[in-house]
Every structure is written in structure tokens, then in C-alpha cells.
Design a protein around this ligand. Structure first.
Ligand code: 4NP
Length: 159
């Protein structure tokens, strides 16, 4: 069997959006029976929260949808991430600019907006950190929709 397709989700802190994306997409991939074909990880462009669990609001919102992300720990993106992942999917345009800086220096896989795989008019996953709990629901809705599109894209790739 061929190497797993490697997907990396990137946000700013790696405690709200990208660990939520990792959890939701892992759930979708598991339901599709493709867990051994698709490798999933997440990280942040910043280093403030390295080693921390996801934000309590992100944990609670995911748990309400039957998804446990409590084992995830924040880490910062490295140059190596650009070399070893097939998809580098960022949450907003600031993440895109930051990861593109690294990509221009390093090469590797070009980052893209995760919501480019979605059907929503939103092209960015809004940062929920300074807002209320409803922001975390919107994050999960946007991620679920784009995750389904991403899974279809990967299915076409792996045949
Ligand atoms: P995330 O959210 O990028 O979705 O993990 C944030 C988490 C922390 C901060 C900003 C955004 N912060 O400024 O500490």
C-alpha cells in the first residue's frame, strides 16, 4: 500500500481552530474507513501556547459533537512540516502569509486556505479566541463542511 497522505492544519495558537480541524477531520476519515491512509496533524504559527491542551471552549464544543481532542498538545510549525506534508491547510489569510514566508525560504508544499475545500462563502475560519462560545460552534460548522470537501479531494488522489 502507498504511503499515507499527510495533512497538516495550521492556525495561530494551535489551541482553538487547528486542533478542532484535526479532531473533526480525523473523525470524518475514521468514518470513511481511511484512518490508515491519511495522516493528520496540526500546529500553530506562534509559540505562546506550545505544550498546552486545546482551549477549554474548543474541547467542550468538540465533545458536544462526540469528538475528543483532549490528547492534543500545541506545537509550532517547523520548516520540516513543509517538506513532509502533502496538504498544508491554514485557517485565515494571516496564517497564509506567515506560512508562505516560511515556504518562500524553505520550499516544500505550498500552503492553502482550508476553506477553499468548503462550500461556504467564508474563505477564512474566524479566530474564536477573544469571542464567545458561539464562535466555537461556527468554527466546527465551517471545518466540518471543508473537511468533507477535503476528504473528496484526497479520495480522488488515492483512487
Ligand atoms: P487559534 O486561536 O489560532 O485558533 O489557536 C488563538 C489562540 C490563542 C491566541 C490567538 C488565537 N492568542 O493570542 O493567544
Amino acid at each position: 500500500m502507498s504511503e499515507p497522505v499527510k495533512v497538516l492544519f495550521v492556525c495561530l495558537g494551535n489551541i482553538c481552530r487547528s486542533p478542532s480541524a484535526e479532531g473533526v477531520f480525523r473523525h470524518l476519515v475514521g468514518q470513511a474507513g481511511l484512518a490508515d491512509r491519511i495522516h493528520i496533524d496540526s500546529c500553530g504559527t506562534g509559540n505562546w501556547h506550545v505544550g498546552k491542551s486545546p482551549d477549554a471552549r474548543a474541547l467542550a464544543a468538540a465533545r458536544q459533537r462526540g469528538i475528543d481532542i483532549s490528547d492534543l498538545r500545541a506545537r509550532q510549525i517547523t520548516e520540516q512540516d513543509l517538506d513532509c506534508h502533502d496538504y498544508i491547510l491554514v485557517m485565515d489569510r494571516q496564517n497564509l502569509a506567515d506560512v508562505k514566508d516560511l515556504w518562500h525560504q524553505n520550499g516544500g508544499t505550498e500552503p492553502a486556505l482550508f476553506l477553499s475545500f468548503g462550500t461556504s462563502s467564508h474563505k477564512e475560519v474566524p479566530d474564536p479566541y477573544y469571542g464567545g462560545e458561539e464562535g466555537f460552534e461556527q468554527v466546527l460548522d465551517l471545518i466540518q463542511d471543508a473537511g468533507e470537501g477535503l476528504l473528496n479531494d484526497i479520495r480522488e488522489r488515492i483512487g
